[in-house]
Design a protein around this ligand. Structure first.
Ligand code: DC
Length: 224
């Protein structure tokens, strides 16, 4: 049985996670935070002191992950092998490790079935970089959510200081620019909009405004 799938791809800080949760909540769909999968792998690899280019070990680590993303109106939880992971994925170091493990094609392949397994009735809203292009190429609705790098850096800054992390705005901006280049130019599954994606720029919009745009698109597709 095929289930309806909505994909929201785009660079870090474009607001994908919040918008994905708002839409999933409205439709009663499951949620997939694919960035969290790469972050968990990056964190796990760092914890056991694996080199971030040790592809064989990263693949076997990938095969041991089982994840789900229960959520409510306020937040999304990340459950790894049955236990909730707290805020430890939201650091710059983990984001950078995630972006580094994500460049290896065998690692991406190993994480594919884990992501596809999340597509269960009554439907799925997923956010990431390549969900509309590679993971779910037949998705019912594809969004590419973008924003200027300055706006995205400011959002990340506010997010990090809210979770009591000490960070410099300029460091976040530089890290985002480095990560953007790596994500957009990697050979496999680069960050690009799918041909049939609706591109939305969220620079001057709140998450609620973007969610309203998506609601209209869902209605036009008969998904809501
Ligand atoms: O969305 P995020 O910031 O949590 O993602 C962290 C990193 O994971 C990102 O820099 C690239 C990688 N990633 C990816 O390669 N493919 C995805 N579908 C999601 C994330």
């Amino acid at each position: 049985m095929t289930v309806p799938i909505i994909t929201i791809d785009g660079p870090s800080g474009a607001g994908k996670g919040t918008v994905a949760r708002l839409i999933a909540l409205e439709l009663g769909f499951h949620l997939l935070d694919s960035g969290a999968i790469y972050r968990i792998l990056g964190l796990a690899a760092t914890n056991v002191e694996l080199k971030l280019d040790d592809v064989d070990s990263l693949v076997s680590l990938s095969n041991s992950l089982e994840l789900s993303f229960p959520y409510d109106a306020e937040s999304t939880q990340i459950m790894l092998n049955g236990a909730s992971i707290g805020d430890q994925l939201r650091t710059q170091a983990v984001a950078d490790a995630a972006s580094q493990v994500a460049v290896h094609p065998p690692v991406r392949d190993a994480l594919m079935s884990l992501q596809r397994r999340q597509a269960r009735a009554p439907g799925l809203v997923g956010d990431g970089r390549d969900l509309g292009t590679i993971v779910f190429p037949d998705a019912d609705l594809k969004i590419f959510l973008d924003a200027s790098v300055e706006v995205r850096a400011e959002r990340r800054y506010l997010e990090l200081i809210q979770s009591s992390q000490t960070v410099e705005r300029s460091v976040i901006l530089r890290d985002l620019e480095i990560r953007d280049v790596r994500d957009r130019t990697r050979k496999v599954a680069p960050l690009v909009p799918a041909n049939d994606a609706h591109v939305i720029d969220s620079s001057d919009k709140t998450a609620a405004q973007v969610a309203a745009d998506l609601r209209d698109l869902c209605q036009a597709k008969g998904l809501a």
